[in-house]
Design a protein around this ligand. Structure first.
Ligand code: SF4
Length: 452
């Protein structure tokens, strides 16, 4: 019991049914315990969610900052910082507005207007995450359901290339494995759980079946399952290191369920052949639907990464990496994605909102970021702050400000406000709107000058 933490009992009020602003599970059953205007405890959240919600004020960005001639960030007032950001954006030739996955749809709305106005590229974390899944969906279809369908119907849940117990800690508890559903009244006892992963992960430990095929063996493995489903004999004795009899047995088990749900993660999107792994997983699900009912779902990471893709697809026809340089939207993977633009050194001004590319981008991309003006809108100090030239402290969606998000299955959720933001911070939506208005003013002045 050495790690036992006693429950928080010293609080003024409880705000119920709040939504967690961490992973794509968007758990909306959280209770925040409030004392003196701060969240001092969170009920029902996992450790990841609770640690984010009870945020560390030591790292909180509280005041606008601009990097001076001496290379140091110095505090400034909001007007000066916003003017500087607007001036940089209005003067850019190839701006990128990146991030968005940890802010609200309402903020994205203004970001899109700004992007169209200045001919920017709008991109989100999908570009380094489930972008290959979006490409595969465009190639092969999207046989998805809501998580409620899984909870009420699924008798086989299969995790592939995903360690949900670590990345989405309440996924198995809320949606897939443990909950009692309408047609699955005994919860866990009514379901078979399978994990396909080279590692014996924490998710594998919770499963009935673990198939530890070789790393980068995904494509071959699903191909073999498809061959078995189509009645073919497997020629090789081992498929990605797994005996062919085991592959045949798994294919037979997958055929004979009533409702199967396949959840996939970065084990597919980040390994060799990337979107082709997901192409073939989608085709495998289509084959399984000749026998019974199967769906598949990407384990989307941030709580609103899916929201950006849904919002952009609705507004522009394309989900991410959308380029307005020619005045209309274009989408070309490998050309208009952030990493490609940065490593080719094409971008001249970068605005990052609710993301930390300084921590999560490959070295070549970060190197270029260090050489160009970077505007950061965020709530935390992080590696991106170290390379930012203008820092605009935003607000915490789902805690300090309300907003819309989309869960991994595409279900929209309103994230309510529970406490007030620090007086010196501003809402993300307000910040982007203010920049937009200031850029419009600069553009109007430039237009007036040009016409003279
Ligand atoms: S599972 Fe995800 S959304 Fe749910 S509480 Fe944990 S981090 Fe938050």
């Amino acid at each position: 019991m050495a790690n036992y933490e006693p429950p928080v009992t010293d609080y003024d009020s409880i705000v119920e049914n709040c939504t967690c602003a961490f992973c794509g599970c968007n758990c909306d059953d959280l209770d925040y315990l409030i004392k003196d205007g701060h969240v001092v405890g969170v009920r029902h959240a996992c450790r990841l969610g609770a640690s984010k919600i009870m945020e560390d004020m030591d790292q909180r960005l509280l005041v606008p900052m601009i990097r001076g001639e001496d290379g140091e960030l110095a505090e400034t007032d909001w007007d000066t910082a916003l003017d500087k950001a607007a001036e940089l954006i209005a003067g850019a030739v190839r701006p990128i507005f990146y991030g968005w996955s940890e802010t609200s749809i309402e903020t994205m709305h203004h970001g899109l207007e700004l992007g169209e106005l200045v001919g920017a590229v709008l991109d989100n974390q999908a570009t380094i995450c489930h972008g290959p899944s979006l490409q595969a969906v465009q190639n092969a279809g999207y046989p998805i359901s809501t998580l409620g369908e899984v909870k009420n119907r699924a008798d086989m849940c299969l995790y592939t290339g995903s360690n949900a117990m670590n990345s989405h800690p309440r996924h198995m508890a809320r949606y897939s494995t443990f909950p009692r559903g309408y047609f699955r009244p005994r919860g866990r006892f009514d379901r078979t759980v399978v994990t396909l992963d080279p590692k014996y992960s924490d998710t594998a430990k919770m499963s009935d079946i673990w198939v530890g095929f070789e790393q980068n063996g995904d494509y071959e493995f699903y191909n073999a399952i498809r061959a078995v489903l189509k009645g073919k004999k497997l020629q090789k004795e081992f498929i990605s290191g797994i005996p062919k009899e085991d592959v045949e047995e798994l294919a037979e088990a997958m055929k004979n369920v009533q409702f199967g749900a396949l959840f996939f993660g970065l084990g597919l999107t980040h390994t060799l052949s990337k979107q082709r792994n997901i192409d073939i997983a989608i085709q495998m699900v289509a084959d399984l639907n000749s026998y019974t009912k199967w769906i598949l779902m990407p384990m989307r990471g941030h709580f609103n990464v899916n929201g950006f893709n849904i919002f952009m697809a609705f507004e522009t026809g394309f989900p991410y990496g959308v380029d307005f340089a020619r005045g209309y939207q274009r989408y070309m993977n490998g050309e208009t994605n952030t990493i490609d633009l940065l490593t080719r050194k094409e971008c001249d001004v970068f605005m990052v909102i609710a993301a930390d590319p300084g921590a999560h981008y490959p070295g070549g991309a970060v190197k270029h970021l260090a050489e160009i003006p970077v505007i950061q809108v965020d709530i935390h100090w992080g590696p991106s702050t170290e390379i930012a030239d203008v820092v605009l402290p935003g607000s915490f969606v789902g805690v300090e400000v309300g907003g819309t998000s989309y869960r991994m299955d595409g279900v929209p959720i309103w994230m309510k406000k529970a406490i007030d933001k620090p007086e010196t911070c501003r809402d993300d939506e307000w910040i982007i709107k203010e920049i937009l208005e200031r850029v419009k003013t600069i553009k109007a002045e430039q237009g007036a000058l040009a016409s003279k």
